[in-house]
Design a protein around this ligand. Structure first.
Ligand SMILES: [Ca+2]
Ligand SMILES: [Ca+2]
Length: 177
């Protein structure tokens, strides 16, 4: 019984690793130049002197998500006229009157999406959930998995990915096709 569970977990892990490898291979094959440019930008932005490590990739993911979360929260907080942490439909209506027609529609959609229990208020928990959803929409798990999988191109195995390693991997791809 226990062995079956262990084997099932191992099979799941192997599947996840294969999915990451496939996503990496797909991204490289689809547009090698774009992949290379993106990887090199990431290395320049978040790498250390010896290259890009997993903590640099995680920092990039966290910053992208935090930026999207902050934008989403900011839009809602600008509607919280009495600053009690909850946005009511009345507050939404007042804010909408001062907005453009397109802005009114967008606010309506955002409010409805955030008001998960449909009680005409976006409370702090719903606000937090809405921010988390915006963060994941900006950089989803598949995209995060692809970024982490870039470390598979660390061919000298020192845990840091360099631009030379990325360029060599893209060149190998060119030869193979
Ligand atoms: Ca309020
Ligand atoms: Ca609600």
């Amino acid at each position: 019984m226990r062995l079956t569970v262990v084997m099932a977990v191992l099979a799941m892990t192997a599947t996840a690793v294969r999915a990451e490898e496939d996503a990496l291979a797909d991204a490289m094959a689809r547009n090698p130049e774009r992949f290379e440019a993106r990887a090199i930008d990431l290395i320049a932005g978040f790498g250390g002197p010896d290259g890009l490590r997993i903590d640099g990739i995680e920092t990039h993911i966290a910053l992208e998500r935090a930026g999207a979360r902050a934008s989403s929260l900011r839009r809602f907080l600008a509607m919280d006229l009495d600053a009690d942490g909850t946005i009511t439909r009345d507050e939404l209506a007042v804010t909408q009157r001062a907005a453009s027609a397109a802005g009114r529609g967008r606010m309506e959609r955002q409010f409805a999406a955030a008001d998960a229990d449909g009680n005409a208020k976006v409370d702090p928990a719903e606000l937090a959930a809405s921010g988390a959803a915006a963060a994941l929409a900006a950089l989803g798990e598949a995209e995060a998995g692809l970024l982490r999988a870039m470390l598979r191109l660390d061919t000298n195995g020192d845990g840091a990915l360099t631009g030379a390693e990325v360029s060599a991997a893209v060149a190998r791809l060119d030869q193979a096709t």
